[in-house]
Design a binder for this molecule. Structure first.
Ligand code: SF4
Length: 306
C-alpha cells in the first residue's frame, strides 16, 4: 500500500531563485506529523506544494508528490480539486478569509457538503453541519448557522472553518500555523480541539514553535533554509536533536527568528548547510556543500557530522 502522501526529492523555484531543495517526506494513513522551522524556512511553500496551491510564478522544478501512489503534480486541476476537501484539507492561520462574507454559515456548510457528495439532501446537510458545529464546541448551533462571517469573532470563525474542513472527513489535513496569533490559553484549546476532531485523519501541523509539538505529533520534520534538516519520531528528536539547527531551535524555544540565514544560493542548488555560520560543530565543507540525507539513530538528518 503506497503512503497517503509522498513527497519525493521535491525542489521548488521561482524563475531564478531556488526556494525548496530535494525535500522528501512520507505521510501514512492516520499519522500525525509536525513541521517546524522559523519564519522563511519554506514550511508554507512545502504545504502549498502538497496541496497543489503554489502561488503564481513559483513552480515545481524537480521531484514528485504522490497522493495514494498517483502523481499529484501530473493530475488535471479538476481532479486535484476533487481530491482537495475529501482527500486533502487545508487550514490556514487567517481562516476568516476562507469564509465567504456574503453567505451565512449554514449556506456555506450546506454548499460544501453537497458539492463534495457528503450529503444526499439539503436537510441532511443541515443536520451534518449542526452536528459538526456542536463537535467544535458551539452550544447555540442554530444561531451560528444563521450568522454571517462578519458577526463571528476570530476564534469563532476559526472553529467554524475547522468544522467545515473536518466534516468532509478528509484523509489528510494540513494545518499551517493554524493556532498562531491566539493567546497561549486559546492556542492550547484550539490545538486540543484540532487533535480531537482530527482523529481518523492524518495531520501535518506546521508551526514555528517546536515545543508546541511535544506529546502531540508522532513524527516531526525540522526545516530551515528550504531544506528538511532532520525528520523522524518527535520524541526522539526532542530528546536528542542531531542537527545544529534542531538543537538551536530547542534551546531558543519560541521564537527563534531566522537562525542561520543562508548566505549563498543559486537557481540550481543551495550552497552549504544553512546553519554553518552559527554551528559549534561547523567544519570546512559545511559552508560550501549541502549535506546528503543520512539515516542516523532512527531519523533522517542532513549534517556533515554523520
Ligand atoms: S552540516 Fe555542519 S554546520 Fe550544519 S549542522 Fe552539521 S556540523 Fe553544523
Amino acid at each position: 500500500m503506497p503512503p497517503l502522501l509522498q513527497v519525493k526529492n521535491l525542489s521548488v523555484a521561482t524563475k531564478n531563485r531556488l526556494i525548496l531543495q530535494d525535500l522528501s517526506l512520507e505521510i501514512e494513513e492516520g499519522e500525525t506529523w509536525g513541521l517546524v522551522g522559523s519564519s522563511g524556512a519554506g514550511k508554507s511553500m512545502l504545504a502549498r506544494s502538497m496541496a497543489g496551491l503554489l502561488p503564481r510564478g513559483i513552480s515545481v522544478k524537480n521531484g514528485h508528490i504522490f497522493y495514494r501512489g498517483t502523481d499529484w503534480l501530473k493530475m488535471k486541476e479538476s481532479d486535484r480539486r476533487r481530491i482537495r476537501g475529501r482527500g486533502i484539507g487545508f487550514l490556514v492561520q487567517n481562516t476568516a478569509s476562507g469564509l465567504d462574507p456574503v453567505y451565512t454559515v449554514e449556506q456555506q456548510m450546506v454548499e460544501t457538503l453537497l458539492a463534495n457528495d457528503c450529503a444526499d439532501s439539503k436537510e441532511g446537510a443541515i443536520d451534518i453541519s449542526a452536528d459538526w458545529l456542536g463537535k467544535v464546541g458551539f452550544n447555540r448551533v442554530q444561531r451560528i448557522l444563521s450568522s454571517y462571517p462578519h458577526s463571528l469573532s476570530g476564534g469563532m470563525a476559526q472553529r467554524v472553518y475547522l468544522a467545515i474542513v473536518f466534516m468532509l472527513k478528509p484523509k489528510l489535513v494540513i494545518a499551517d500555523e493554524f493556532s498562531t496569533g491566539l493567546d497561549s490559553t486559546s492556542e492550547k484549546e484550539m490545538l486540543g480541539l484540532l487533535f480531537q476532531v482530527a482523529k481518523g485523519s492524518s495531520l501535518l501541523m506546521i508551526t514555528h514553535n517546536i515545543l508546541l509539538l511535544e506529546g502531540l505529533t508522532e513524527k516531526l520534520a525540522v526545516m530551515n533554509g528550504g531544506v528538511i534538516v532532520e525528520a523522524g519520531p518527535t520524541e526522539r528528536i526532542l530528546e536528542n536533536p542531531l542537527h545544529g539547527y534542531s538543537q538551536a531551535l530547542l534551546q531558543a524555544g519560541d521564537p527563534c527568528g531566522s537562525i542561520g540565514a543562508r548566505g549563498l544560493s543559486t537557481s540550481e542548488s543551495f550552497c552549504g548547510c544553512v546553519f554553518s555560520k552559527r554551528c559549534a560543530h561547523s567544519q570546512e565543507n559545511c559552508a560550501s556543500q549541502l549535506p546528503e540525507v543520512r539515516e542516523v539513530d532512527g531519523r533522517k538528518v542532513r549534517c556533515h557530522r554523520y
